[in-house]
Design a protein around this ligand. Structure first.
Ligand SMILES: Nc1ncnc2c1ncn2[C@@H]1O[C@H](COP(=O)(O)OP(=O)(O)O)[C@@H](O)[C@H]1O
Ligand SMILES: [Mg+2]
Length: 225
C-alpha cells in the first residue's frame, strides 16, 4: 500500500512560488490499477517520480508498505528502485546494442544476481509480454512496440509489487498501445499494483481508478465500475 501525505515539490532553480506538486494526498491500495491523468505540466510525472524515488520531495511523506521512502537514502533507495518498483517510461530506455535477454537481465545483475539461474526469470518476464522467442535479438532491431514490451519485461523481472508507467503508450501507434494496455491489465490481474500516468482518456478508462491532476493538485479521484 502507498500512502501519500500532503506532498509538495518545488524544483531547485525553479520559481520560488511554483509548486510542481502542491499538497497531494492519495492512498493506493494493494493490487489497484490507477491511472493518473491531467493536462501537460499538471504534475503527473513529478508525482510518479516521487513514488519511484527518482527525485526528492520538498515536504510531506510517502509511505510504501509501512516504510517512509521519502527518508530513504543511498543503498535503501537503490534497493527500493530495484526490487519494490518497476519503471516503464515513454521512451523505453533500452540499451540498443544489448540483446533483448541482456536488457531484461540487467535489474537482476544490478541486484547482484548473475549466471544461469537468471535465465528462468528473464524468459518468464519475456513470455509475459509475448517476446519469449526473441532473446538474442539486439534491442535496436525491434519495433517501438516491441521495445516497450522488453522495457516492461525488464520492469517485472525482479517481481516488484508496483509497476510505475509514465505515458507507456506515448510513442506508440494505436495497435501497439492497445497491446501495451493489455499487458498492463494482465499484470494487474496477476496481482501487481499498476500506476500509470497518461494524458490519453481512452487509456485512462482501462484502469479501475482515475486520479486527475491540475496545477500540482488532485482534482478528481473516481473508480470505474
Ligand atoms: N526538473 C525540473 N525542473 C524544474 N521544473 C520542472 C522539472 N520537472 C518538471 N518541472 C515543472 O513541473 C511541472 C510539472 O511537470 P510534470 O510533472 O512533468 O508534468 P506532467 O507530467 O503532468 O506533464 C511543470 O510545470 C514542469 O515544467
Ligand atoms: Mg509527464
Amino acid at each position: 500500500m502507498i500512502t501519500i501525505n500532503d506532498v509538495k515539490k518545488r524544483y531547485a532553480g525553479g520559481r520560488k512560488d511554483f509548486w510542481a506538486l502542491d499538497g497531494v494526498s492519495l492512498e493506493i491500495g494493494e493490487n489497484e490499477f490507477v491511472a493518473i491523468t491531467g493536462k501537460s505540466g499538471s504534475g503527473k510525472s513529478t508525482l510518479l517520480n516521487m513514488i519511484g524515488t527518482l527525485d526528492s520531495i520538498t515536504s510531506g511523506s510517502i509511505i510504501v508498505d509501512g516504510k517512509n521512502i521519502s527518508k530513504f537514502s543511498g543503498r535503501k533507495i537503490a534497493e527500493y528502485r530495484n526490487k519494490t518498483v518497476g519503471f516503464v517510461f515513454q521512451s523505453f530506455y533500452l540499451e540498443p546494442s544489448y540483446s533483448v535477454y541482456d536488457n531484461v537481465e540487467l535489474p537482476l545483475v544490478l541486484s547482484g544476481k548473475t549466471g544461469k539461474k537468471n535465465r528462468a526469470h528473464v524468459v518468464a518476464a519475456l513470455e509475459a509480454v509475448g517476446l519469449g522467442d526473441r532473446l538474442k535479438e539486439k534491442a535496436r532491431n525491434l519495433s517501438g512496440g516491441e521495445q516497450q514490451r522488453v522495457a516492461i519485461a525488464r520492469a517485472i523481472v525482479n517481481d516488484p509489487r508496483y509497476i510505475l508507467a509514465d505515458e507507456p503508450c506515448g510513442n506508440l501507434d494505436s495497435a501497439n498501445s492497445e497491446n501495451i494496455m493489455h499487458i498492463l491489465k494482465n499484470l494487474h490481474a496477476g496481482g501487481k499494483t499498476v500506476i500509470m500516468v497518461t494524458h490519453d482518456p481512452e487509456d485512462a478508462r482501462k484502469a479501475e481508478r482515475i486520479v486527475t491532476m491540475s496545477d500540482g493538485k488532485v482534482i478528481g479521484d473516481v473508480r470505474s465500475v
